[in-house]
Ligand binder design. Structure first.
Ligand SMILES: [Zn+2]
Ligand SMILES: [Zn+2]
Length: 349
């Protein structure tokens, strides 16, 4: 049998097809091809996307804490944990329409991508400084990231030109949310029907630490930030459509700490220390039931688990007759809440 011979034309056309395929993949990364989810901006619904459901403990499936809220032509991010920017871009979310970042506190797992999210949104069309909201200290965090990225911003403008990359888009504007100890919440943004409220949570010794509530079109979502079970979270979450709440398995973390301590590993103490400023599963489920939330989404999972089957540990303590729905969050989980209705859809990108 004669060996197959490929003509030069066949080889060239195969190379051309491969080239087209690659070009199309690159276009997708810039939002010019699917997945392009910019339609979420203007369909009248309130959208919640879990862009990072992890924690400081490493996980290939879970980026650091990040929740995206998209409504009324704008996107806000609550915390920007490591890996979250890549998720946003892979899923085709409208990063160029990022209107602000809401930081809950300044632990590294919540702020690590601030520089990257400025870059991603600037190169996707944002032309004005990125508003960054947070508790006292946000100005220092913003100034530090800005200093670290200053040279990069200057390189990009010099290389691509100020018409393509308006210099203001490479900047951030810090906004401190002042919350008096006796004031449990404060509306700090109310534009075109989109309302943002901040409230104090309990993450001692990190103080102040805050959580956020977002209201749009008669729908609502609360993001707890890092906290023990908090009366302020419960008050802010009364009847909300979605509560995104942090969770830590006390049983698993205690066991891991014990094992490390027995082996003389000082990381055992580091891990044990985390037990006193997060919320255990039974407490999260009780809070969600007491506040009559409609859907509880567990996120900021500590520890991240290697198999979905093991995640039942985060459902422990949930009453069989719990009035609310509850799910273990995952990166790419998207909840759509159409305006002025009781409808809800959940998908995972
Ligand atoms: Zn924290
Ligand atoms: Zn955290």
């Amino acid at each position: 049998m004669r060996p197959t011979r490929h003509s030069a034309a066949t080889v060239l056309s195969a190379a051309g097809a491969a080239c087209l395929l690659l070009a199309s993949a690159v276009e997708a990364q810039f939002g010019a091809r699917p997945p392009n989810r910019s339609s979420l901006l203007d369909d009248g619904a309130l959208h919640v996307v879990i862009c990072g459901s992890g924690s400081p403990l490493p996980s290939a499936e879970r980026a650091g804490p990040c929740t995206a809220v998209i409504a009324g032509g704008r996107m806000f991010l609550i915390d920007v944990g490591p890996g979250s920017t890549e998720n946003l871009r892979l899923w085709g979310l409208p990063v160029g329409r990022l209107a602000g970042v809401l930081l809950t506190h300044f632990h590294s797992d919540h702020i690590g991508e601030l520089g990257e999210v400025v870059f991603a949104s600037w190169t996707s069309g944002r032309a004005v400084p990125l508003d960054v909201y947070g508790p006292a200290g946000v100005d220092r965090v913003v100034a530090g990231f800005q200093a670290a990225y200053e040279l990069d911003v200057s390189y990009r403008i010099a290389h691509h030109g100020a018409d393509l990359l308006p210099p203001d888009g490479g900047k951030m504007a810090a906004h401190t949310i002042e919350l008096a100890e006796d004031a449990s919440s404060r509306v700090f943004y109310d534009e075109d029907g989109l309302k943002l409220t901040a409230f104090l949570v309990e993450h001692e010794p990190i103080a102040p630490a805050i959580g956020y509530r977002i209201d749009y079109g008669g729908r609502s979502v609360v993001v707890s930030g890092d906290t023990i079970r908090s009366a302020n979270v419960e008050a802010a979450s009364q009847g909300v459509d979605v509560l995104v709440h942090e969770v830590l398995s006390g049983a698993l973390i205690s066991a891991a700490a014990q094992a490390l301590e027995s082996a003389g590993n000082p990381q055992g103490t580091l891990i044990r220390d985390t037990l006193d400023y997060h919320t255990f599963p039974a407490d999260v489920h009780a809070l969600a039931a007491d506040a009559k939330v409609k859907l509880l989404v567990l996120s900021h999972l500590v520890p991240p688990l290697p198999a979905a089957q093991a995640e039942g540990v985060f459902m422990r303590g949930r009453a069989e007759d719990a009035p609310n729905d509850a799910v273990v969050g995952a990166d790419g989980m998207h909840i759509a809440l159409p305006a002025n209705s009781d409808e809800r859809t959940i998908e995972t990108f």
